[in-house]
Design a binder for this molecule. Sequence first.
Ligand SMILES: [Mg+2]
Length: 137
Amino acid sequence: MNAKKIEERVSELPKQNDQHKTILIVDDEQSIREVLITFFDEQGYDVLTANDGREGIALFESNPTDIVITDIVMPRVEGIETIRKIRKLSRTVKIIAMTGYVDSYLKEAMILGADDSINKPFNTEDLMAVVNRVNAG
Ligand SMILES: [Mg+2]
């Protein structure tokens, strides 16, 4: 391919600034998925969702996202295993763990590769603060 052809090809690619950040939400609760889809969509993110860890890991494998927010307590594959597997697939993805259960789950999540965590229930302002923190870090 000559230089001109390459230049044409490159100019067809979407500009970096035009690309939306992508986020994967993994939670077995439909209401949480719905709230977070709406919220992150409004924030300009392209949002993917999965109902449990198994689905989340498979989805991340085919569509790696910039950020993953995962619940901990889920059927089939739970969040701790999900974090471990997704961290193996990508060293750069920002991973946020969330749970309404004991803090020790969140500590384990951080040890296994989460960048940050949030306790449920939370409001979207609190969540955005965590997202901004991982994006800055
Ligand atoms: Mg759950």
